[in-house]
Structure formats: structure tokens, C-alpha cells
Design a protein around this ligand. Structure first.
Ligand SMILES: Nc1ncnc2c1ncn2[C@@H]1O[C@H](COP(=O)(O)OP(=O)(O)OP(=O)(O)O)[C@@H](O)[C@H]1O
Ligand SMILES: [Mg+2]
Length: 354
């Protein structure tokens, strides 16, 4: 069996993106005006982790037509206004801007490039929910208001976010220029995960295969966490495990042997983006019997301000450690739902902090 390792990498774009035809069609439709020299419709692509948002955007950028200049920004990497516009500059000019350049200069060089090249920009802001509310508004506004600075400048934006309520963060100034078409990326169901994993296995293995039992086992675990990314990671580890033993068929035993360590990797990665305060709140949620946010806050003592506590909850929700919802009980109250078994999370935290 020959393993095409790259097929199991995080950033691999599959030969075929399954179950996302509707989203792809809508994005393409929104970009259509660019073919006629007009500004594309801006969008927000919203959905939980591992629902194909990044994959679809990168696929679309790879196909962007001639007069559309696709620019991809990962806000996890580029977290300040300066960094974001540096990255845009670099995508356009092919080199990093000179040191000490003023923001105004940087900004107008970007706008000028678009106008001179008669290009319409399509800026994908991936993981936009990781920026502060203020920055989200500022970046969108600057990009869409470019034509007031330099006539003839045209741009469309696609903001990608796991926070499905991102538009709730937009202020009236931003809303005056940004009327996004909201495109939803729902979580895959079990059958869809199974199908995607099956296709991936076929793509990645030459002269070998993953048997049905093993595939179903992987899909079940991915579905338990509602996370296809975990499934693909587990698939990769099982394949490598079988390869090590010189086998041509990946079986359930190969999956079982790597399941626990793969799960640890999965949790460690999620935990690595949390600060100590955030880990403390997470531990508290998974040990306390209380569910209402007000009670949870009180129980934690006065270690942090109320605002900070709620920011942490939002982050934990974005990273899918928890869900939150509201309920009417002597007034509207917000409560927290755990997404994982408490013993699994607490065990993972313990290993992580060691
Ligand atoms: N429809 C699909 N067909 C094939 N593979 C997919 C599909 N959707 C997602 N994947 C795979 O699942 C993994 C996660 O997808 P992706 O990175 O696009 O998710 P995302 O929605 O951007 O998640 P996040 O919000 O965490 O960034 C990738 O390995 C990707 O190849
Ligand atoms: Mg993504």
C-alpha cells in the first residue's frame, strides 16, 4: 500500500468537496458581478468548526476569475490592523512593505494597486471571530470604504466565522457599507462524515484500503465530537499505524490502538489556545453542578470582572468547548451546556497542565 500523506494534511483541498454545493453556488453567484466589472456581494460564511468553511473559500479563491483578485487573510495569524494590511500589501506586491511605513501610506498603496490594475478585490477574512469587536468593524469598514479614498476602487469581503452571531457585533457605521449575505455551514451528520472519510481514504491510499468497520468506527468518534477534523486526524493515525505493520487493509484494531492518543492530541490543540484564566473557567464549568452563567460567575469568586468572564464564555463557545443558550426562569437567563464528557475534559486538562 502506498500512502499519499499530503491527502491527510490539515490544509489539503480534496478532489471533490462533498455536501457543500449549495454554499459554493451561492458564493459563486455573489462574486458574479465582478465579471462585469462591478463590486461583488459581500458575505459572511458562518458555521461550527470543521464544517468546510476554509476549504470552500480556498477552493473558490483557486478558481477566481481574471479581474477578481483573491486575497486570503487568516486572522488567527494576522491579529492586528497593521498585520492584516501588511498581509494584503504582500499579496498584491509580492514583497513585504518597507519598515516604518505609515498606515495611511500602506492603505493607499493597497487601494492604488487595485485601481491601476483594474482589479476588483475579494478579501477573505478567515476566523474573523478571533478579532476584537472593534477590529472587526474597523477592517471591514476600511476595505469597503476604499473608493471614497481613491475613486474607482472596488472590493468585496467574505468574513468567515464560527460565531454565527457575528453580525451582532457590527456597528452602524460598518452596517452602512456592509450588507452581507449570510451563508450557513451546518455540522455534517453521521452519514456525511462517513462518506467524506471514505472518499478521503480512497484518495490517500494507493493499493490499499480502510475496511468498513474501521471507517464506521472513525466516523462514530468524529460524530461524537461533531468534528470532522478529528475524524480525518484519526483516519491518518490509523493509516500510519497499519502501514507500520506492513498491512494493506486498515482495520478496526488499527483505529483502536491510536484512538486514545489521537483524542489527547485533539484536546491538547483545543486547549493550547486558552490562557490560564480561560482554562480555570473551563475547569469550573466541567466540575460545578450549576448551569446558569450568573451562578457560575458567583461561584468563581471575584477573580475576574463580569465582562471578562463573559468574554471567556464566548471564546469557550467559539472553540466548541461549550454551548450557551437562554431560558426564561424569573427573567431571561443564560445557561451553559457541556459539549464533552466531564471526565474526558478534566483528564485532558490535567495532562495538558502537567
Ligand atoms: N465537504 C467536505 N468534503 C471533504 N472534506 C471536507 C469537507 N468539509 C471539511 N472537510 C475537511 O475537514 C477538515 C476541516 O475543514 P475546514 O478546515 O474547511 O473547516 P472550517 O469550517 O474552516 O473549520 P474552522 O472553523 O475550525 O476553521 C479539513 O481537513 C477538510 O479537508
Ligand atoms: Mg477554517
Amino acid at each position: 500500500m502506498i500512502v499519499r500523506y499530503e491527502v491527510f494534511d490539515e490544509d489539503y483541498i480534496p478532489e471533490e468537496i462533498l455536501f457543500r454545493d449549495e454554499q459554493i453556488r451561492r458564493i459563486a453567484f455573489n462574486l458574479k458581478p465582478a465579471e462585469y466589472g462591478s463590486r461583488p456581494v459581500s458575505m459572511l460564511c458562518l458555521g461550527p468548526p470543521a464544517t468546510g468553511k476554509t476549504t470552500v473559500m480556498r477552493y473558490i479563491l483557486g478558481k477566481a476569475g481574471e479581474n477578481l483578485k483573491g486575497i486570503y487573510i487568516n486572522c488567527q495569524v494576522h491579529q492586528t490592523k497593521q498585520q492584516i494590511f501588511f498581509k494584503i500589501f504582500e499579496s498584491l506586491y509580492g514583497y513585504i512593505p518597507p519598515p516604518g511605513i505609515s498606515f495611511q501610506k500602506l492603505y493607499s498603496s493597497i487601494l492604488k494597486k487595485g485601481v491601476e490594475g483594474k482589479e476588483i478585490f475579494f478579501v477573505v477574512l478567515d476566523d474573523l471571530n478571533l478579532l476584537s469587536e472593534k477590529l472587526v468593524n474597523e477592517v471591514i469598514y476600511l476595505l469597503l470604504k476604499g473608493h471614497e479614498e481613491i475613486g474607482g476602487f472596488k472590493a468585496g469581503i467574505a468574513g468567515v466565522s464560527t460565531d454565527t452571531n457575528l453580525s451582532g457585533l457590527l456597528n452602524s457605521k460598518t452596517l452602512s457599507v456592509f450588507h452581507p449575505d449570510e451563508i450557513l455551514f451546518p455540522v455534517y451528520d453521521f452519514e456525511e462524515m462517513l462518506e467524506i472519510l471514505d472518499r478521503r481514504a480512497r484518495e490517500g491510499l494507493v493499493g490499499g484500503r480502510v475496511n468498513r468497520e474501521a471507517l464506521e468506527m472513525i466516523a462514530e468518534k468524529a460524530f461524537e465530537y461533531l468534528d470532522l477534523r478529528f475524524g480525518i486526524h484519526l483516519l491518518k493515525m490509523a493509516v500510519l499505524n497499519a502501514e507500520k505493520k506492513g498491512k494493506d487493509t486498515v482495520g478496526a484494531d488499527d483505529v483502536e490502538e491510536v484512538a486514545e492518543s489521537s483524542r489527547d492530541v485533539f484536546f491538547r490543540k483545543m486547549l493550547s489556545s486558552l490562557s490560564r484564566d480561560e482554562v480555570d473557567v473551563l475547569i469550573h464549568i466541567y466540575t460545578s453542578r450549576s448551569r446558569f452563567t450568573g451562578d457560575l460567575y458567583r461561584e468563581m469568586g471575584r477573580k475576574m470582572g463580569y465582562t471578562k468572564f463573559f468574554e471567556i464564555l464566548r471564546k469557550l463557545e467559539n472553540l466548541r468547548f461549550i454551548d450557551t443558550a437562554v431560558k426564561y426562569e424569573k427573567g431571561l437567563k443564560r445557561y451553559v451546556l457541556r459539549r464533552f464528557r466531564a471526565d474526558e475534559i478534566l483528564d485532558a486538562v490535567e495532562k495538558y497542565l502537567k
